[in-house]
Design a protein around this ligand. Structure first.
Ligand code: CTP
Length: 413
């Protein structure tokens, strides 16, 4: 049975931690609650003791054990702090351990998830954001707060994530979640690549990465173990392993290095087809005249994957087109030996880069075509993941491509 320490801080959202506790216990997790002094001003320890798997812990010194933080920290498979106040984040980032919860956080080697909740002004304060950035850099998972009603009738960002989402994220981090993609290893690429011209300039594209991030979140919600290879700086959903990349070559290398340990690959990144043959070592100066930039092809990631994939793997590509959508998409599906391609017309105002909606057509390797209505990128990601789950459960049995035959184009090989 997985063991989780549930840290609760003193914020109005502390009452929601009771629901998190109940949901985790219902899911079969052993929950050890640790309450700060301030938390007990909002919710009583008795409530947690009644619902959790062991009595609530409230003090470094007053309990029956001489050193409770080391036992709690060492035995935990995961520590979750919900709600995490600005004070807790500050102390944790600074390595201060002046109570049972902060001492447990420093005494554990288990993954840690913090779920911040505070007023918008506090949430947006640079001190809080810098502390979070420090924690993220150290590998702490962060479940971002939602926007909604806050204490005192205010509305804004800083509301504790929904208790169901907190519990789901804990279960995903424990690898203990059910769902149609439970335990499936999904690798998603996102964002547009940047090909350097010189140390300050690059050739890029308009991809925002929204679709790839949405697919990563949807796969996570369905129980998958998700890795996101992204060119974007913004944080990924808590529980997703993030690999930051910049160039087409880096996307290629990151994907191929992980291909064997991947069940499903979703190539949502807008990978450059060409890059400057030689990036200038120093900034190109205007006075030196109009530069001539010679381009060369980048490696085609999906073509390289096509030559190495296993029959039981599911490979999904995207086709962003401005004309003859279905014809181009079907051609890519076959050339790159995909199981599924998501085609969309990026010249339509509601279906391209940077917007939150998409109008896509799904084409599969059996000749199937499914035209989807206009929907949010989040909803489309859900549909894609449902199709992926069906393909994955029948993978190996389907008309998968024979990886022995080389793909039609693979400048990398
Ligand atoms: N792709 C890739 N490696 C590249 C370029 C694209 O793996 N070097 C992937 C994309 O992530 C996408 C799919 O291939 O899933 C189709 O990308 P797209 O740019 O539409 O196709 P191209 O093969 O580049 O064809 P064209 O530029 O002629 O449309």
């Amino acid at each position: 049975m997985a063991r989780v320490v549930l840290g609760v801080c003193g914020g109005i959202a502390a009452y929601k931690a009771v629901e998190v506790c109940r949901r985790l216990v219902d899911a079969g997790v052993h929950v050890a609650p640790v309450l700060t002094d301030d938390a007990q001003r909002f919710v009583g320890a008795v409530t947690f003791s009644a619902l959790a798997s062991e009595p609530a812990h409230t003090s470094l010194f007053d309990g029956p054990e001489p050193i409770p933080h080391t036992r709690l920290g060492q035995q935990a498979d995961l520590v979750v702090v919900a709600p995490a106040t600005a004070k807790l984040l500050g102390k944790y980032a600074a390595g201060i351990s002046d109570d049972l919860l902060t001492a447990t956080l420093l005494a554990t080697r288990a993954p840690v998830l913090v779920c911040p909740a505070m007023h918008t002004e506090m949430w947006e304060h640079p001190a809080v954001q810098e502390n979070l950035a420090t924690l993220r850099r150290r590998g702490v998972h962060v479940l971002e707060p939602a926007t909604g009603r806050l204490a005192g009738g205010d509305v804004g960002a800083g509301r504790l994530a929904d208790p169901a989402d907190v519990a789901d994220t804990v279960l995903a981090l424990l690898g203990a979640r059910g769902g149609p993609l439970a335990g499936v290893r999904v690798l998603v690429t996102a964002g547009g690549t940047r090909e350097p011209l010189d140390p300050v300039r690059f050739i890029g594209n308009r991809s925002s990465g929204k679709m790839g991030y949405a697919v990563a979140a949807a796969a996570l919600r369905r129980g998958a173990r998700v890795t996101l290879v992204t060119t974007q700086g913004r944080p990924a959903p808590a529980g997703v392993d993030v690999v930051r990349v910049e160039t087409a070559q880096e996307v290629h290398d990151a994907v191929l290095a992980r291909l064997d340990a991947t069940d499903v690959l979703v190539m949502a990144a807008a990978v450059a087809d060409f890059r400057p043959k030689a990036a200038a070592g120093q900034k190109i100066k205007k006075g030196e005249g109009v530069p001539e930039v010679v381009l060369e092809p980048t490696p085609d990631v999906l073509a390289a994957v096509a030559g190495r994939r296993r029959r039981d793997q599911v490979v999904v590509g995207f086709a962003a087109e401005t004309e003859r959508l279905l014809e181009h998409a079907r051609d890519k599906l076959e050339r790159k030996r995909l199981d599924l391609i998501v085609a969309n017309d990026v010249s339509a105002p509601d279906s391209g880069f940077e917007v939150d909606t998409n109008r896509a057509v799904l084409l599969d390797a059996h000749g199937g075509t499914e035209a989807l209505p206009l929907m949010s990128k989040d909803d489309l990601a859900g549909v894609i993941c449902d199709r992926i789950a069906a393909l994955h459960s029948s993978a190996g049995a389907g008309p998968s491509y024979d990886s022995a035959a080389p793909a039609q184009e693979d400048p990398d090989e």
